[in-house]
Design a protein around this ligand. Structure first.
Ligand code: HEC
Length: 484
């Protein structure tokens, strides 16, 4: 943000209508399950102004008493030195700085303390209502939701996004694939739903549905777009199947995120949960606002007087390395069980061998590319609880390595071995009875489960198990970062 020459220009996005939407089939009976017994942590014991989830399972909370951050590696919350009033947006920039919007403008927070963001001067006429960063061509893009316009900050320029010269006040935003699979910013206004895509140097706005009255917006790990409208729940899967379901409750808002197989619903009767293909009420959680979902599918819930983090299951978190990363220098990786109660032990295997911890609480160990062969590698962490075991894995690569791709390797394997039963035909229901697995994002979202059912021979159902080479190809594809 050091660039001082700022230019304000207007980006006139052209609007294109999607081909006639197929009328949503009325699905009269969504599958409903028993109440979910959630895993609930109280993160903050007083009303919050705002809270966000950041990479590395970090949470930043703004409350009357100030700003605090929480990470899996910190014992408790850590204060962030800042002087702010009524925080409306928090985002993390590429250089690690926090950008915060409040009643007085935009501020940067970093090791040197608090500073006024130069963007403030360009946005004097705007009340900033929210901030979001999304992957950009080189650096992350920053989206600024204003009371009169939506803005994008890219490469030192600030653009007002005005599809068809219409301003977009108070837009609700979510990041996920558009119909053709390319990355898009989904934006819901009071009376329409748009996908904003970079097309030939400009931003194109595609109207997904001009009839919707979205009160919320989310894109889940399968690339499905969800928007509550009139208390019902509208959705569109990545292959274009649209449907609207009516639940026995009124849905106000939805929350999910890339990599998350959980969708959370804020309803008039508390929190609900959806995972393919079942809707369930969540026991004992009231919800005023949902404030985002983290990389482990856990949702931040503002109940009005407390901030909760709610999960549908326990898991193990890897901190310092992510699925598909390339390891090019020696690093420390830490492994933390998402739920501490009842935890009896935590073990980590690196390529099948126990790691040598450099610390035990939290459990951390070193990874050095010089000591690892070129190619793909895996980490498997197991948390032993008094009642069960929970496992998570992570694949990464080192040095010279040509990873398999979806188009050349994984999709043909899918068509040959799984397609019969896992091809999406009708919304989220497939002919063969299995969940839809015909897209890259669906494989990415369910990769742990897929490898598990292939390794133990449960799938392909009623057919010979896949060869070790085929399974290795899937693992290598994951280690290489799920290439297209
Ligand atoms: C002959 C039909 C058939 C074939 C072939 C098949 N599946 Fe399945 N699969 C099913 C059915 C039925 C289910 C159960 C419904 C569900 O959970 O989606 C299922 C479930 C699954 C699940 C979820 C398991 C769970 O515990 O929830 C995964 C993952 C899966 N299949 C992956 C695959 C993969 C990968 C292949 C190809 C290598 C494959 N399946 C081939 C029919 C099939």
């Amino acid at each position: 943000m050091a660039r001082l020459l700022l230019v304000l220009s207007l980006l006139c996005g052209c609007v294109s209508e999607e081909p006639d939407p197929i009328p949503p089939p009325a699905l009269d009976l969504p599958r409903m399950g028993l109440a979910l017994e959630p895993w609930v942590e109280v993160l903050y014991e007083a009303p919050v102004e705002l809270a966000v989830t950041l990479p590395g399972f970090e949470v930043v909370v703004a409350a009357e008493s100030g700003l605090q951050r929480m990470t899996p590696l910190l014992e408790g919350p850590e204060d962030i030195e800042a002087s702010l009033e009524s925080v409306t947006g928090i985002a993390q920039l590429d250089d690690g700085l926090l950008l915060v919007s409040d009643a007085s403008g935009l501020h940067t927070l970093g090791p040197d303390g608090q500073g006024a963001s130069p963007l403030s001067e360009l946005l004097v006429a705007e009340d900033v209502r929210g901030l979001l960063t999304t992957p950009g061509p080189e650096m992350a893009d920053l989206w600024i939701v204003g009371s009169t316009d939506l803005h994008r900050w890219r490469d030192g320029y600030l653009y007002a996004v005005r599809p068809g010269a219409e301003s977009m006040p108070d837009a609700r935003l979510a990041w996920g694939p558009a119909l053709d699979g390319s990355p898009a910013l989904w934006a819901a206004t009071d009376d329409s739903l748009l996908a904003l895509l970079d097309v030939g140097g400009g931003l194109e706005a595609r109207v997904e549905d001009g009839e919707l009255v979205p009160t919320g917006l989310a894109v889940d790990g399968y690339g499905t777009v969800w928007a509550p409208t009139d208390g019902d729940l509208w959705s569109r899967t990545i292959d274009g199947q649209r449907q609207t379901v009516t639940l026995p409750v009124v849905v106000h808002d939805v929350a999910s995120g890339a990599g998350s197989t959980d969708l959370w619903l804020a309803t008039d009767e508390g929190l609900w949960h959806y995972a393919p293909e079942t809707f369930r009420p969540v026991s004992g959680v009231t919800v005023e606002r949902m404030l985002g979902v983290d990389g482990a599918g856990r949702v931040l819930v503002d109940t009005g007087d407390q901030l909760l983090r709610v999960a549908s299951s326990r898991t193990v978190l890897f901190v310092g390395l992510a699925d598909g990363d390339t390891l090019d220098e020696a690093i420390d990786v830490c492994v933390v069980a998402s739920w501490a109660e009842g935890l009896e032990g935590l073990t980590v295997l690196s390529d099948g061998e126990a790691v040598e911890p450099t610390s035990t609480d939290p459990l951390c160990f070193g990874l050095d590319p010089e000591l690892l062969a070129d190619g793909s590698h895996d980490l498997v962490a197991t948390a032993q609880y008094t009642d069960t075991e929970v496992e998570a894995s992570l694949f990464f690569s080192v040095g010279e390595f040509v990873p398999p791709t979806w188009t050349d390797d994984i999709e043909p394997l899918f068509q040959a071995e799984c397609g019969l039963c896992h091809r999406a035909e009708q919304g989220s229901v497939t002919v063969g009875g299995g969940r839809p697995l015909d897209t890259l994002v669906a494989w990415q979202a369910d990769i742990d489960l897929i490898l598990e059912v292939l390794e133990d021979g449960r799938m392909p159902l009623n057919n010979p198990s896949l060869s070790g080479d085929d399974i290795r190809t899937i693992e290598d594809w994951r280690a290489g970062g799920f290439l297209e």
